[in-house]
Ligand binder design. Structure first.
Ligand SMILES: *Cc1c(COP(=O)(O)O)cnc(C)c1O
Length: 408
């Protein structure tokens, strides 16, 4: 006689939260090594290689600092290295993560000014321009924005923010959080004139949690020489000095650096442009599924739809967390929960990292079955709509490459 063991799940877990994302086996194997002496010659070679290679992901020729921390640490590093107590900073309320960064600025003794948002839109560059235009004395020292607001599935136009700052000839530093977009969404640190780009390892970079990044401009480094907020662990000066020879001022996350080297190799093997196009394709397929279900996408501006995460609104009276629970229990898939303001109102489908058409279709099938089991009012056919779109994309690809033309 057999009975079902509800705690046992065959097959792999679907980790479809918008980070941490599933770590590919290639990266797991790259990290499965003995830990080496972080002051020895073997480490120096690894350090030099990784510190140079990581710049390509930020599209920069300037230094990228790597911390053994979660992304939150790199947020703090960006602020404490460049600013002084009481400095005005301009931030934009795109959602939960922008709000957390703003709260951190308050805790550090800065004076953030927060442009209010409805959690359904990205950064309005014209509002930044108008705000900075009022600051004739240039007492605002930094503009801090989130590139991909992971809590709402909204991506902001960073080049437009740069233009807005330049339009009023304001000298404020531009700091951008790319924790959930780096390695998945088109991003250019140098070309867009970003002074500090904040990144993390566990989302688009396909690594476990534990590494974070500050890509820094010469202007940011100059600001760090006169900044007065205390910084010790996060200090750029000692990092930049030690990094010159491939080393770190304290013990780096050696194992994760092997993984980072492999992740960068994978991104370039596929080609960054192809990686970004793949994320765009999966996001479009996901939105077609959501629309076929008759449900609403939280991001209200199609030009700002996130390539990496889609937040799906539940009809009023439906608890999004109950739907997520059912999907986890029956199909062993984790979806992102609604955070703070949108808790229980949305769930989020992460479609980033090491991900392909069939992993997306499995994900969407789990959601569609979950909507049915949870008795959420919806129409069937979301998975079918996504399949049609992905099939058409594949057909287009065959036509353009001349490959696999089977039938006339
Ligand atoms: C995940 C995330 C963070 C927080 O990073 P941690 O690694 O959890 O500290 C900050 N900002 C954005 C946009 C994120 O997606």
């Amino acid at each position: 006689m057999t009975s079902i063991n509800p705690d046992y799940h065959a097959g792999r877990h679907f980790l479809q939260i918008p980070g941490p994302t599933a770590v590919p086996e290639r990266i797991q194997r790259a990290m499965d090594r003995q830990v080496i002496d972080h002051r020895g010659p073997e480490f120096g070679a690894l350090g030099r290689e990784v510190l140079a290679a990581v710049k390509t992901v930020f599209q920069t020729t300037q230094p990228v600092i790597i911390y053994p921390s979660s992304g939150t640490g790199a947020w703090e590093a960006a602020l404490v290295n460049t600013l002084s107590a009481g400095d005005r900073v301009l931030m934009v309320e795109t959602g939960h993560f922008a709000s957390l960064w703003q709260k951190m600025a308050v805790k550090l003794g800065l004076a953030p000014e927060f442009i209010a948002g409805d959690w359904r839109h990205g950064v309005d560059a014209s509002a930044i321009e108008a705000h900075l235009a009022q600051d004739k004395a240039h007492s605002i020292k930094a503009v801090c924005v989130v590139h991909n607001e992971t809590s709402t599935g909204t991506t902001s136009d960073i080049a437009a923010v740069r233009k807005a700052i330049d339009a009023v000839k304001h000298p404020a530093l531009l700091m951008v959080d790319t924790i959930s977009s780096l390695g998945s969404v088109h991003y250019r640190h140098d070309e867009w004139g970003v002074d500090v780009t904040v990144g993390g390892s566990q989302k688009g970079l396909m690594l476990p949690p534990g590494l974070s990044f500050n890509a820094v401009s010469q202007k940011a480094i100059a600001a760090s020489r006169s900044a007065k907020l205390p910084s010790a662990f996060w200090g750029w000066d000692e990092m930049l000095e030690a990094n010159k020879t491939g080393y770190f001022p304290y013990t780096p996350a050696t194992t994760l650096l092997y993984g980072l080297r492999e992740a960068i190799d994978m991104l370039h093997e596929e080609g960054l442009a192809n990686v970004f196009a793949r994320h765009e394709r999966h996001a479009e397929a996901t939105r077609r599924a959501v629309r076929a279900w008759g449900l609403e996408i939280l991001c209200a501006n199609p030009a700002e739809y996130s390539p990496v995460v889609t937040a799906v609104m539940m009809p009023s009276g439906v608890d999004a967390d109950a739907v997520r629970d059912i999907i986890l229990k029956h199909f062993n898939m984790s979806l992102g929960m609604g955070l703070s303001k949108v808790k229980g109102k949305v769930f989020r489908i992460g479609h980033l990292g090491d991900f392909n058409d069939l992993s997306l279709l499995g994900t969407l099938a789990g959601v569609e079955m979950g909507l049915g089991l949870a008795k959420v009012p919806h129409q069937a056919g979301g998975v079918a709509a996504a399949m049609t779109y992905l099939r058409d994309c594949a057909a287009q690809q065959s036509a353009s490459t001349g490959a696999t033309r089977i039938a006339a």
